[in-house]
Design a protein around this ligand. Structure first.
Ligand SMILES: Cc1cc2nc3c(=O)[nH]c(=O)nc-3n(C[C@H](O)[C@H](O)[C@H](O)COP(=O)(O)OP(=O)(O)OC[C@H]3O[C@@H](n4cnc5c(N)ncnc54)[C@H](O)[C@@H]3O)c2cc1C
Length: 387
């Protein structure tokens, strides 16, 4: 077994090179840590689900800390307002201004591969090494450090191990209750890329009987369309070939923009994704000893507010700040830093998860009294608060 000799700087291992893992690695490297990242897939292309990413103001503020905001704004589409809600025929019901933070637009849309490219470039600039096709085979917290053995035959001692391995995290089993899993919220979402048609300059929702349709600009020429529908049994998965016809059927009642998209931009060969929505907020604290969790591993965020990645990036920024202020040689100091990290993050993430679950219930009709527009605005305003 290859034995990696500890460097002079404090070493941290990040498990998972998703949005949260790479952002956390950059934040830690900026604070002077020596950071290794292991990623189980051959390349992050294989782990990128979905089509686009909504970046609310608070995501841009966190990306600014890690030097990735400008590149996102350059390639994305910065919206003048968060969005608008219309009825199924395209009549405006509500304007949704969002809650911009000074210096940042209310929302920027990007494609997922571009966001990953930007984050990986920042990681390379900070000297972070990502080892693909690699995972941990054992994590042994020995008190003064954590011994990690990996599937590539390497072994090393780390001051801290960060589990950023997403919604199906296996690091989580070492930190929290082994049975903890996200809950399916009874809703699934169709998503498909479309051209950025005229008028798509913000998130535009259209509420119909079948579900909540919407468009999101994710670049100068590109947008994505989605439809959130009640889907009681998540094990029912239509084939790829069935999805275009199924989606067009759901959209039969719609006029306005959604009607135009149905008639002209959903084709038999369209690359449509149908994704079940899940929610979870793990109980605090989010660490045991020197092993800590970030991102979807501790808060699976349904997509209604575009906040899942935002929260994962914010986790990384806060964790890096707390560890930078700690004495990593001291187990007590690490414990205090990790406890402080959860304390700063828990209520914020809980609010996001609970609001999204509430919006999901409203959309599938199990909580029609839920104030969709008001709760969206209130929750976005809460995200303006400093980290
Ligand atoms: C369809 C869809 C649309 C979304 N839209 C938005 C949006 O608009 N805005 C937004 O902010 N969020 C959105 N989200 C949520 C967002 O994608 C997630 O919250 C975010 O990716 C979480 O980042 P993460 O790093 O915690 O997890 P992930 O991005 O899932 O990354 C986890 C990584 O860990 C790797 N991994 C897993 N197990 C191991 C292992 N044992 N060893 C090594 N590596 C491992 C995985 O391969 C993966 O690369 C959306 C999610 C979905 C599914």
């Amino acid at each position: 077994m290859q034995n990696i000799t500890p460097g002079s700087r404090e070493r941290v291992l990040v498990v998972g090179a998703g949005i949260g893992g790479v952002a956390t690695a950059v934040a830690l490297a900026q604070q002077g840590f020596e950071v290794d990242v292991v990623e189980i897939t051959e390349s992050t292309r294989q782990s990128i689900f979905g089509v686009g990413i909504i970046q609310p103001s608070n995501a841009l503020r966190a990306l600014d800390v890690i030097g990735a905001k400008d590149a996102c704004l350059e390639i994305g589409f910065a919206a003048p307002a968060w969005g608008r809600k219309e009825d199924a025929q395209g009549n405006v019901l509500f304007e949704m201004p969002g809650a911009p933070i000074e210096g940042y637009p209310p929302m920027n849309g990007v494609t997922r591969p571009e966001l990953h490219r930007i984050l990986l470039e920042r990681a390379a600039q900070e000297g972070v090494a990502v080892r693909y096709s690699t995972t941990f085979t054992s994590i042994d917290d020995r008190g003064e450090s954590v011994r990690v053995e990996c599937s590539d035959g390497s072994a090393a001692d780390y001051a801290v191990v960060v589990g950023a391995d997403g919604v199906g995290s296996t690091v989580r089993e070492q930190v929290l209750h082994a049975e903890l899993r996200p809950t399916y919220i009874g809703q699934s979402a169709f998503r498909v890329n479309i051209p950025r048609l005229s008028g798509i300059d913000r998130i535009i929702l259209q509420e119909g009987e079948a579900g909540m349709a919407g468009v999101v600009p994710i670049g100068p020429e590109l947008a994505y369309f989605f439809l959130n529908v009640p889907w009681p049994d998540r094990s029912v998965r239509p084939t790829r070939e069935e999805l275009p016809g199924l989606l067009r059927g759901y959209l039969a009642e719609f006029g306005g923009l959604t009607g135009e998209i149905r008639d002209h931009h959903i084709h038999d060969d369209s690359d449509i994704v149908l994704r079940p929505e899940e929610g979870m907020i793990a109980p605090a604290p989010w660490h045991t000893g020197r092993v800590v969790l970030i991102g979807d591993a501790v808060h699976a965020v349904p997509p209604h507010l575009g906040q899942g990645a935002a929260q994962a990036i914010e986790d990384g920024v806060v964790l890096a700040e707390e560890l930078a202020a700690a004495d990593l040689a001291s187990g007590a100091s690490v414990a205090a830093a990790l406890a402080s990290y959860t304390e700063r993050r828990y209520e914020r993430c809980k609010l996001i998860v609970e609001t999204c679950i509430g919006i999901g219930r409203y959309e599938i009709g199990t909580d029609p009294a839920f104030d969709h527009v008001g709760e969206t605005q209130r929750t976005m305003e809460a995200m303006v608060a400093p980290l």
